[in-house]
Design a protein. Sequence first.
Length: 207
Amino acid sequence: MREPQQDRSRLTRQRLLEATIDCLAEQGWAATTVGVVAQRAGVSRGAAQHHFPTREELITAALEYMFDTRMQMARDEAGKLPEGPGRTAAVVARLVDYYSGTLFKAALQVWTAAASDPALRERILPLEDRFGRTAHRMAVDQLGVDGSDPAVRALVQATLDLARGLGLADVLTDDSRRRAEVVSSWAGQLEIALAGRSSATAHPALG
């Protein structure tokens, strides 16, 4: 009987985490309470509090769960990225997608609340740092560039900052057409810049 109970417990936890993300993205921070999430997930409030005694624990766990899930999906999808000239554009487009989806909209609600709540900010800052480092490392790997090169690191970080900015622009209105144009333009510039760094590394200046 123990395994079915554990399976049910895992399923309940997962439903709560996914409902939290959806609620944050659609209804905002103020509306995302344990009671609302429990109702949305189809479980009792008591069951929700058994897994997550406080609202902060629920929301932090939800962000961790969804980020880890999204990053695993990105790793699984990495093998489908095209080789050759189209790869940089595909990587940039996917990075922008990460910052334009439900997870980013949910996280944005939490970051905004944390700006005026010291206790929440203390809980969220380490999470944001881990998100940033993981996204940067994944971008370096997918682009196939030298992450130890300071100039390359700056270019990758600029790409992530661009993706975040485009995600913010998409929060209030559908910005997909302009976003596609910006992604295409930046991908072309990034490809040239990274190719230049690769050439410099392969053929260092003499003397």
